[in-house]
Design a protein around this ligand. Structure first.
Ligand SMILES: *[C@@H]1O[C@H](CO)[C@@H](O)[C@H](O)[C@H]1NC(C)=O
Ligand SMILES: *[C@@H]1O[C@H](CO)[C@@H](O)[C@H](O)[C@H]1NC(C)=O
Ligand SMILES: *[C@@H]1O[C@H](CO)[C@@H](O)[C@H](O)[C@H]1NC(C)=O
Ligand SMILES: *[C@@H]1O[C@H](CO)[C@@H](O)[C@H](O)[C@H]1NC(C)=O
Ligand SMILES: *[C@@H]1O[C@H](CO)[C@@H](O)[C@H](O)[C@H]1NC(C)=O
Ligand SMILES: *[C@@H]1O[C@H](CO)[C@@H](O)[C@H](O)[C@H]1NC(C)=O
Ligand SMILES: *[C@@H]1O[C@H](CO)[C@@H](O)[C@H](O)[C@H]1NC(C)=O
Ligand SMILES: *[C@@H]1O[C@H](CO)[C@@H](O)[C@H](O)[C@H]1NC(C)=O
Length: 459
């Protein structure tokens, strides 16, 4: 496509649009925004490549060197495919002014060291393919600055060490795939691995390395296995380790774990602990029950509550008829006092699996304010308290007084309340419904809680 072929105005327009060197190199195919020069026997980059291309395919060639600024005349370039070439290193500034790159495929080349400067400035890069090279070393700063990175493939290389510590939540918030399988890693810095963001751990592939069997390694995989990560499920048999580093004594440790029987799988792999914050509002003198429902579902959990007025409460520590802790973690306060208000924190501990999770409940005990009930509709607090008392009255309170008034018909003007601020839950989740027979009222902080902690007033 040369400008000379077009008549007057069109020529000007095209020349403005495309600049001066718009020729499609003879060995390439140029289609709309895509230029394919694959399998063309190239040993050097073609001199002039169309500036408008978004995708440039140079794979299956003989490229062994790229000049600095090779792609700086292609401001729209997003996908650069250079798989199956002869590149053994990249000089400084190869991707200078190519910061629009989203995909960079350098797989099946002859790269040996991934140097810190290689991908400098590629802050939009989402996918980096480096598998099947001869990479033995990945320099520490290689991935820093690649803040958009989603997937990085380092498989089928000779990597013995990888800078896990350089990947943190704030540095790579989108990283969901880090493939380091089929390399030569024998001992990993497991503390760094455990400190990786949860999403990276989930997408970390480590099978077919030369891992040495030991408890710290096993503990990490054990936790990942427990969580059912695909990286383990899909490659169960490829997860091998060698006993005492002897490659002949290699075991498939996800299948055969006899060797690890003496390991104590003690520390949970760091993952954000589920904290469910709920608010509970009661009047003084009421019985309050705070459930400790957490992300843990084992039946062998032990529970500890930290109460603002009574300190730590465990099942063995309480010697108080006014407060009890049930085996299922529910804390019961017989008659709440105003100074029982505050933040209650329950920790559920699964000793076997070394997991724990916490649950926070903000308890507010109100002084009974009898007269205010009739006018309390104007405030949310009034609405809540009133609804609670109507419900207690309707469903729970047996008639004690001799002059029993006929209960008001259950005209609870829920429709006039803003449903986002007040929620009535009459069908509790399956876990609690087994045991609870009473009606529940749950108050949810709309922004904070996934499920409100219920409290059950008793008659
Ligand atoms: C690279 O980009 C900068 C700013 O975007 C520009 O000033 C410079 O001319 C570009 N370099 C080349 C070689 O195109
Ligand atoms: C395991 O890695 C080696 C190289 O380290 C490779 O040749 C082999 O194909 C890989 N096996 C699997 C099943 O990926
Ligand atoms: C585990 O410990 C027992 C006793 O402490 C010992 O006899 C056994 O050899 C150990 N097993 C392994 C695989 O280390
Ligand atoms: C809470 O108030 C009660 C009386 O209502 C009092 O006996 C108790 O000592 C108070 N507890 C604390 C921790 O202040
Ligand atoms: C519980 O309290 C009673 C008296 O109130 C006391 O005799 C008993 O020793 C206490 N038990 C524990 C375990 O503290
Ligand atoms: C809960 O687990 C964390 C690590 O995940 C640990 O630091 C903490 O001590 C554990 N808490 C309890 C009560 O075991
Ligand atoms: C608990 O609730 C009270 C009243 O609703 C509020 O003032 C307090 O800030 C809350 N505490 C926490 C830790 O959320
Ligand atoms: C826990 O046990 C107590 C007493 O058995 C029961 O009242 C309460 O509803 C239970 N809580 C849950 C969440 O199952």
């Amino acid at each position: 496509m040369t400008c000379g072929r077009y008549p007057g105005p069109l020529l000007v327009l095209l020349c403005l649009l495309h600049g001066s060197e718009e020729t499609c190199p003879s060995m390439c195919l140029c289609v709309s925004d895509t230029v394919s020069c694959s399998s063309s026997g190239l040993t050097k980059l073609p001199l002039s490549l169309p500036a408008f291309s978004v995708t440039l395919d140079l794979s299956h060639n003989q490229l062994s060197w790229l000049n600095p600024g090779s792609f700086n005349r292609m401001p729209r370039l997003e996908n650069l495919r250079m798989a199956q070439n002869q590149l053994s290193s990249l000089g400084h500034g190869v991707f200078h002014n190519a910061s629009g790159l989203r995909l960079l495929d350098l797989s099946s080349n002859k790269l040996q060291v991934v140097e810190q400067h290689y991908f400098q400035g590629l802050w939009r890069l989402e996918e980096l393919l480096l598998f099947n090279n001869k990479i033995a070393q990945v320099e520490a700063g290689t991935l820093s600055g690649l803040s958009s990175l989603k997937k990085a493939y380092f498989s089928l290389n000779q990597i013995t060490h990888f800078p896990f510590f350089s990947i943190q939540d704030h540095s790579h918030p989108f990283l969901i795939m880090l493939d380091l399988s089929s390399n030569r890693m024998s001992r990993l810095p497991w503390e760094d691995v455990k400190a990786l963001p949860g999403l990276v751990q989930r997408g970390l592939y480590l099978h077919n390395n030369s891992l040495i069997c030991d408890c710290s390694m096993y503990s990490v995989f054990w936790h990942w296995d427990l969580r059912g990560y695909d990286s383990l499920k899909d490659f169960t048999d490829e997860h091998t380790c060698s006993i005492y580093g002897d490659p002949r004594a290699s075991i498939r440790f996800l299948r055969h774990n006899r060797f690890f029987h003496n390991c104590t799988v003690e520390k949970a792999v760091s993952e954000p602990v589920t904290v469910l914050l709920s608010n509970v509002l009661v009047s003084e003198g009421e019985r309050v029950r705070l459930d400790c429902q957490t992300s843990l579902s084992s039946i062998e959990l032990s529970f500890t509550w930290l109460s603002p007025s009574k300190g730590y409460i465990t099942q063995t520590s309480i010697n108080d008829t006014l407060i009890s802790l049930f085996a299922n973690g529910t804390l019961e306060i017989q008659a709440a006092k105003v100074n029982d208000s505050g933040l209650y924190v329950c920790t559920a501990l699964d000793i076997k699996q070394a997991l724990n999770a916490t649950r926070e409940v903000n308890v507010t005990v109100l002084l009974p304010a009898a007269e205010s009930f009739n006018t309390g509709y104007t405030t949310l607090l009034g609405c809540v308290v009133t609804l609670v008392f109507i419900l207690i009255y309707l469903y729970l309170t047996p008639c004690r007084c001799s002059c029993c008034k006929q209960p008001k018909p259950p005209v609870i003007p829920i429709a006039t309340y803003d449903p986002s601020t007040l929620t009535s839950v009459f069908s509790p989740s399956t876990r609690e419904s087994k045991i609870q027979t009473n009606k529940h009222v749950a108050f949810m902080e709309p922004m904070l809680s996934e499920e409100g902690t219920e409290w059950t007033p008793q008659s």
